[in-house]
Ligand binder design. Structure first.
Ligand code: AMP
Length: 435
């Protein structure tokens, strides 16, 4: 027996009957981005590992534990072997491309979006995959440092989720402030957590040293208990940062977007400054984050694209699998159809002959050339089996070609919804089908 292969753990086939739900979501996203003035960008799915380490931060969980690094087989320098990793998120690649193409010289604000697969070597569980898909945006440029743009980006995420059919979700926002404020905040946290170290999980003990903010995100019950009692305010924020955060909140209020300020929300990646936000859904279990984002004013500078440090950015990423899980609705009948055929051709020959079949094949190609979605059976089965197939495809019409039809030069066109049928001359078929 030959070994049968299975899809890799934490990855999924998206089968034709499911693909239509994805296409519907993607179509909505493209349309909403057009309305908001965002342009699509497509970057490679792998980049230099160092790019991710530098942008996400070498101590982030993603870089430390979840990178899927490519091992190049065959000859080559040892160094050349592990230098690439599959992208765990979209921001680093987009900022790399922004810098590489000197986009800041062309415009002061660049609004980009992407839709695509991301990869993380996490332990797979419900809602947590190794290959998943994100819809995201990045608004980058010297002209991006405006609190109203933060509000636009948040509003855009909310609009996408609403249009995707998610009725209830929770938006939490917070501000980490400028890099200086972040350092002060780290100091405050260290002071407050020092006496609780014994109650923290092993991971968080480690995080205390290398990435203290992540402790606030830990899902361990004991850690959550410690964190709940920390009584964190916004006192670490400078006056300027507080003003900025107030403006973001005010803009959201003006647009009537409900939100909650959550001092515990920090996000685990190094690159965030000022506004951070997270949107969670209902009924998704422990993996309930639908999307998240924030401002990252340091990243272009960190990646060597901005000597003066004046190019800011703000963005988000939404998880497509999570959105589709949250909308939960089953695939509709319309979507379940794997084809949207206008016409299915049924041909009937005497045994051993292929006259009708040949005519059907020729007509099939003429119909397609005339932009009519058409198909036929390649099995040359009985009338009954071909009709059954026509029905299964959900085709609008069925066209029957038999000996009589060939002689007459007129084929039988059956309306699959009403059951009505009539003879149509060859030259009128396309016109009749297109109505
Ligand atoms: P993150 O950059 O981790 O905040 O991811 C943004 C969004 O992508 C999350 O809110 C999830 O909806 C989705 N996401 C992240 N990681 C995964 C994963 N491993 N599997 C499925 N969805 C994910």
């Amino acid at each position: 027996m030959k070994k049968k292969f299975s899809v890799a753990r934490g990855t999924n086939d998206i089968l034709p009957e499911e693909v239509s739900r994805w296409q519907t979501l993607e179509k909505k996203a493209h349309e909403i981005f057009r309305i908001y003035g965002y342009k699509e960008i497509r970057t490679p799915i792998f980049e230099e590992t160092a790019l991710f380490a530098r942008s996400l931060g070498p101590t982030s969980d993603v870089v430390q534990k979840q990178m899927l690094t490519l091992a190049k087989s065959g000859q080559g320098d040892e160094e050349d072997k592990n230098i690439f990793s599959l992208r765990p998120e979209g921001t680093a690649s987009i900022v790399r491309s922004y810098i590489e193409n000197s986009v800041d010289k062309k415009e002061s604000l660049t609004k980009l979006y992407y839709i695509g697969a991301m990869f993380r070597g996490e332990r797979p569980q419900k809602g947590r995959l190794r290959q998943f898909h994100q819809i995201g945006v990045e608004a980058i440029g010297p002209g991006s440092s405006n609190s109203y743009l933060d509000a636009e980006v948040i509003t855009l995420a909310v609009r996408l989720l609403s249009e995707a059919g998610i009725k209830t979700f929770k938006l939490k926002i917070n501000s980490l402030g400028a890099p200086g404020d972040k350092e002060i905040f780290a100091g405050i946290l260290r002071e407050k957590l020092k006496s609780h170290l014994n109650h923290l999980c092993e991971d968080c003990k480690d995080r205390f040293e290398r990435n203290i903010f992540r402790i606030l995100d830990c899902k361990n019950k004991e850690c959550e208990k410690v964190v709940e009692h920390l009584d964190l305010g916004q006192s670490h924020l400078s006056q300027e940062s507080q003003k900025y955060f107030k403006e973001v909140q005010q803009a959201l209020k003006v647009l009537k977007i409900p939100f909650e300020v959550s001092p515990l929300l920090v996000r685990g990646l190094d690159y965030y400054t000022h506004t951070v936000f997270e949107i969670s859904g209902e009924g998704l279990g422990s993996q309930d984050a639908l999307g998240a984002g924030g401002r990252y004013n340091q990243l272009v500078h960190e990646l060597g694209g901005d000597e003066k440090g004046t190019i800011g950015a703000v963005g988000f990423a939404l998880g497509m699998e999570r959105i589709l899980m949250a909308t939960g609705e089953r695939t509709t009948n319309n979507e379940r159809r794997t084809t949207n055929l206008d016409v299915f051709i049924v041909s009937l020959d005497a045994v051993g002959e292929k006259k009708a079949y040949e005519a059907a094949f020729k007509l099939l190609n003429d119909l397609r050339a005339g932009d009519v979605a058409a198909d036929m059976s390649y099995a040359q089965g009985s009338m009954k089996s071909q009709m059954r197939l026509a029905d299964k495809t959900g085709s609008r019409y069925c066209l029957i070609i038999g000996e009589d039809e060939l002689k007459e030069g007129a084929y039988t066109l059956k309306d699959m919804r009403s059951g009505d049928q009539k003879k149509v001359k060859l030259e009128n078929i396309i016109k009749t089908i297109k109505g």
